[in-house]
Write a protein that binds this ligand. Structure first.
Ligand SMILES: [Zn+2]
Length: 227
């Protein structure tokens, strides 16, 4: 059995930095579903899928790179540098995620931390490789499955990814200041902290104010004043 690890979305994004992908493939597991998750059996569920993929299906490894649990945590699977067994014809250069759940209408709901994590992962891929790289399994050539489930509409999902703007992990979606923080970041005027936080309610120091003033000047004039 492989050494599967449980990691957060932040840790996953950090690990993905050194890889380049053509597509992000999104699946639901169908089985196991939310009723099989008890809050701590991440590894056991992943091992079950590993056995199914390697013993029943006779694949060389588990199909997906990561599995996303209902609590928003990921379980590592296939090596990130190898192609997944994910969507026939589209596997080369793809990264595959299986979300634990059956998201067909009337079954499980994609919500809470699990939804936040898949949106963040999708946003990360979209920012690096474009929105077109996000693929649902059912979009694949000749696929008849509903995967990742009929309750997840692609256009709604993409809109949610776009409106996330979750550039800083401590800036919640509902905050009144989100559009300003996003714009300040997009303009290159305020870039947050190296740990990915923005600390939206912390006071500004004089040195931070100096950086902002210079960034603003450089942006407006197009002249670089500090190397
Ligand atoms: Zn699928």
């Amino acid at each position: 059995m492989k050494n599967f690890e449980i990691i957060t979305i932040e840790e996953l994004l950090k690990r993905l930095e050194k890889y380049t992908y053509k597509q992000l493939h999104i699946h639901h597991t169908f089985k196991p579903d939310h009723s099989n998750f008890n809050g701590k059996n991440h590894i056991a569920l992943q091992e079950g899928m590993y056995r199914y993929h390697t013993e029943t299906k006779k694949w060389q490894d588990i199909g997906q790179h990561v599995t996303l649990a209902p609590d928003g945590k990921f379980i590592t699977g296939r090596d990130f540098s190898t192609s997944p067994a994910s969507i026939a014809g589209w596997n080369k250069g793809a990264f595959a995620v299986e979300m634990i759940g059956n998201f067909d209408v009337g079954k499980d709901q994609l919500k809470g931390e699990q939804k936040r994590s898949i949106l963040m992962l999708s946003k990360y891929f979209a920012d690096r490789f474009g929105y077109d790289c996000i693929k649902f399994h059912r979009e694949g050539p000749g696929v008849r499955k509903t995967c990742p489930g009929t309750s997840i509409k692609k256009d709604t999902f993409i809109k949610e990814v776009m409106s996330m703007g979750k550039i800083f992990k401590d800036v919640e979606d509902g905050r009144w200041s989100v559009p300003y923080i996003e714009a300040a970041k997009d303009l290159g005027i305020m870039n947050g902290n190296t740990d990915g936080t923005f600390k939206p309610t912390e006071p500004l120091t004089r040195e931070q104010a100096a950086i902002i003033a210079v960034n603003l000047y450089e942006k407006i004039t197009g002249k670089k004043v500090v190397e």
